[in-house]
Ligand binder design. Structure first.
Ligand code: FAD
Ligand code: DHB
Length: 390
């Protein structure tokens, strides 16, 4: 079989790239090792930047998102028993974010891909990018015990942090930068109304807490937990009690509890691989970088990578120019590192670190106090949160 672009990974980055390519008349095929149902069962990000929303529109996949997504013009930072609103729109000349779950975005992209008649192969085992340093790359995979080969012009590695694409690059050609945080997030989903109409990020002596949502009747809550925490030690009652303890009283009193239908623990890490292009293989999204979830940048960074790569591929096929493809890694990484910095900064400001010194604690308190009293500081937070321009 032959196609122009083989996309490994049917997460948000692979699906978004695939949809943009298909609409531009560039032939592509998506391979994923998981089943469609498994991918749609994953609960992950929930906050979309305007750039991500624009790309969904460009991919003609934004209708449901606009109908059901919740535009948010601000959020709260809670600490020291009080609340401080960050007026995202007021501080950024009218920008806002859209609350819309990654699961729904993925479903929309899958549906539109199917309607466009573009091919996705799920439960494809052992996908392997081959000869990407030559002019004739190809990808092999196994399905139902048979090995297949797809010849192509380019391979897009959209296969997440644990995927095969980054691992296929020889060690000498790639450099990794990593920071592991000494805690994780325990998250739940429950069909109860959110505690507030906007998100609340709380810094509390017992640890960080985040009140988020997927809709006006579905809440997403997270609490900072230690790395050795086990899910079976956390029944719903314990989670709700701990969440309430970490919120200012006026929020704690308004938490509506109910049975959770999803509960998971995620470790926090910052990771960047450089470069993001290896001749005819490109790394996109989580395959190239991971950020801690504080600040909601992971999915949005995947989208900005797609924007740069799509522009490059479009120029290659339409204008016979490789200028944008050649610039892909540098352009993507410039934005990636700014989001890595922001996520690290917000994580550091909002969490309690084990073995923190009194000095570090005082610095954290000063940082929060500064943010609440300086419009310049709040503006820097807001412009990063709504997303830096592509
Ligand atoms: P992924 O969504 O990881 O998709 C990769 C796809 O590749 C998957 O479908 C996988 O099955 C497939 N794949 C992997 N290996 C192979 C292989 N060898 N062969 C074929 N296919 C393969 N971000 C936020 O902004 N906010 C959040 O709250 C948030 N929470 C998160 C919670 C968790 C537990 C995780 C893991 C991530 C979270 N993120 C969050 C990050 C966000 O979900 C990711 O940044 C986003 O999913 C990146 O999209 P992607 O398409 O690049 O990768
Ligand atoms: C969500 C996750 C985040 O990391 C964040 O900063 C905001 C919202 C969420 O899953 O809803």
């Amino acid at each position: 079989m032959r196609t122009q672009v083989v996309i490994i990974g049917s997460g948000p980055s692979g699906l978004l790239l695939g949809q943009l390519l298909t609409l531009a008349g560039i032939d592509n095929l998506i391979l994923d090792r998981a089943s469609k149902e498994h991918i749609l069962g994953r609960v992950r990000a929930g906050v979309l930047e305007e750039g991500t929303v624009r790309l969904m529109d460009e991919a003609h996949s934004g209708a449901r998102m606009h109908g059901e997504g919740l535009p948010h013009e601000g959020f709260s930072l809670a600490f020291d028993g009080r609340d401080h609103r960050i007026d995202l729109s007021g501080l950024t000349g009218g920008k806002r974010v859209l609350i819309y779950g990654q699961t729904e975005l993925t479903r929309d992209l899958m549906d539109h891909r199917q309607a466009a008649g573009a091919l996705s192969i799920y439960e494809a085992a052992n996908a392997t990018p081959c000869d990407f340093d030559s002019h004739a790359p190809y990808v092999t995979y196994e399905k139902d015990g048979v090995t297949h080969r797809i010849d192509c012009d380019f391979i897009a590695g959209c296969d997440g942090f644990h995927g095969v694409s980054r691992r296929s690059v020889p060690d000498r050609a790639i450099r990794a930068f990593e920071k592991i945080y000494p805690f994780g997030w325990l998250g739940i989903l429950a069909d109860v109304p959110p505690v507030d109409h906007e998100l609340v990020y709380a810094n509390h002596p017992r640890g960080f807490a985040l009140c988020s949502m997927r809709s006006l009747s579905r809440s997403r809550y997270y609490i900072q937990c230690s790395l050795d925490e086990k899910l079976d030690g956390w029944d719903d009652q314990r989670f709700w009690d701990e969440l309430r303890r970490r919120l200012p009283v006026h929020h704690a009193d308004r938490v509506v509890t109910g049975p959770s239908f999803e509960k998971s623990i995620a470790p926090l890490r910052s990771f960047v691989a450089e470069p993001m292009r290896f001749n005819r293989l490109f790394l996109v999204g989580d395959a190239a970088h991971i950020v801690p979830p504080t600040g909601a940048k992971g999915l949005n960074l995947a989208a900005s990578d797609v924007h740069y790569l799509f522009e490059g591929l479009l120029e290659h096929y339409q204008d016979r120019s490789n200028a944008s493809i050649d610039a892909y890694s540098a352009r993507a990484l410039a934005r990636v590192w700014k989001a890595v910095r922001f996520s690290w900064w917000m994580t550091t400001m909002m969490h309690r670190f084990p073995d923190t010194s009194d000095f570090d604690q005082k610095i954290q308190e000063a940082e929060l106090d500064y943010l609440t009293h300086s419009r310049a500081a709040a503006t820097a937070l807001a412009e990063n949160y709504v997303g830096l321009p592509f």
